[in-house]
Design a protein around this ligand. Structure first.
Ligand code: ASP
Length: 356
């Protein structure tokens, strides 16, 4: 105990110097959903379409960070592009509810003050992530749903987007197939197309955001993990920023995003307390990777699947998923710039390949 206290005092003494010495860096990771992705089904054209959408989102977010902008703005810049693409289950291209509507959920969180905003069951807002951020910055609340969220949107000057804007033929067919063949959402969707982004900016602030249409055939006002702060989305400068995609019910039960952040916060605190005099109190990428994989294993143990992306204050951009693939990308000030789809490609995380 004495040793720990001495280490704590020492760590407190060396911390400011370390902060000053740290080179400015930034880091960004994005996802467009995890799931049962089959390479045989992926035509070259399809692959190009997905990769270019991911790359466009990555570039938009990376530009904000490179130019010295804020993590929260990088997250929004990346997510808006994915919401506007019909390829992903967010904004345009969202899945259909049982009643044949598109109901959108989104959340965003700023790791610097843990301010958060979320919306669920919204039908007429083109970019739900921007509405979630307006809840964060211009309301005294964190989470607004349905009609109330739409009234709030109107009061803040969001135009009303006609519901037809969100509808795509492929998603409508998926609903019809689900009903006709009595399938589950997983059977028809094969993948979770939720989108998300996590970022570290040059000032050391973290942010996370997630946007989704939920799962095909959802009813009774079902809301998944994406807009639930701590389940699908969480950011805390002391630990990490996380965005999830997967079978939302399981992610809510595990509290995935907060669980990862809480564990990493403990590890970072411990490393800080026990750093030796030369010691830089940091988090190793393997520690972040292990933590994400182990929380995802917890989801799998309950019967759920999906994946997460995270960025740490050190700039590690990590993926972890227990599905065959996850649409994903990452870019950092160290020159990393990559997008990938299947397990075994870059940053496959839980699949056992290098992840950082
Ligand atoms: N997590 C989302 C939900 O359960 C689905 C997804 O990731 O696509 O609503």
């Amino acid at each position: 105990m004495k040793k720990l206290l001495a280490a704590a005092a020492l760590a407190l003494m060396i911390q400011p110097a370390l902060a000053e010495d740290a080179a400015p860096k930034w880091s960004l990771a994005i996802h467009g959903g995890a799931g049962t992705l089959d390479p045989a089904q992926m035509t070259p054209d399809k692959r190009v379409a997905y990769e270019s959408a991911l790359q466009a989102a990555l570039d938009a977010g990376a530009k904000v960070l490179k130019d010295g902008g804020e993590a929260i703005d990088a997250v929004k810049a990346a997510i808006v592009i994915l919401e506007d693409s019909p390829l992903f289950n967010a904004g345009k291209g969202a899945v259909f509810t049982w009643d044949g509507t598109n109901e959108l959920d989104a959340a965003i969180m700023d790791g610097r003050d843990r301010s958060a905003g979320a919306v669920a069951g919204v039908k007429t807002v083109k970019n739900p992530i921007l509405l979630a951020d307006t809840v964060r910055t211009q309301s005294e609340h964190v989470f607004l749903i349905g009609k109330g969220a739409e009234e709030f949107a109107l009061s803040k000057g969001f135009p009303v987007t006609p519901p037809e804007y969100f509808a795509t033929e492929a998603r409508r067919e998926a609903l019809e197939r689900l009903k006709a063949e009595k399938l589950s959402a997983l059977d028809v969707d094969h993948k979770f197309g939720t989108v998300g982004a996590v970022a570290l900016d040059q000032k050391g602030n973290l942010a996370a955001g997630t946007s989704t249409g939920g799962m095909t055939g959802k009813r009774w006002g079902r809301v998944g993990d994406a807009p639930v702060i701590g389940a699908g989305t969480y950011a805390d400068n002391r630990s990490c920023a996380v965005s999830a995609t997967g079978w939302g019910e399981y992610f809510i039960r595990v509290g995935v995003a907060h669980e990862i952040c809480a564990r990493l916060r403990g590890i970072r605190e411990f490393n800080t307390l026990t750093a030796d005099s030369s010691g830089v109190a940091v988090l190793e990428p393997e520690e972040a990777e292990y933590t994400a994989d182990s929380v995802m294993a917890d989801v799998a143990a309950l019967g759920g699947d999906g994946g997460v992306i995270l960025v740490t204050p050190e700039g590690h951009a990590i993926f972890s998923f227990n599905t065959t693939g996850m649409y994903r990308g990452r870019a950092t000030s160290a020159g990393v710039n990559e997008v990938a789809i299947f397990g075994g490609e870059v940053g496959a995380g839980a699949k056992g390949t290098p992840n950082h």
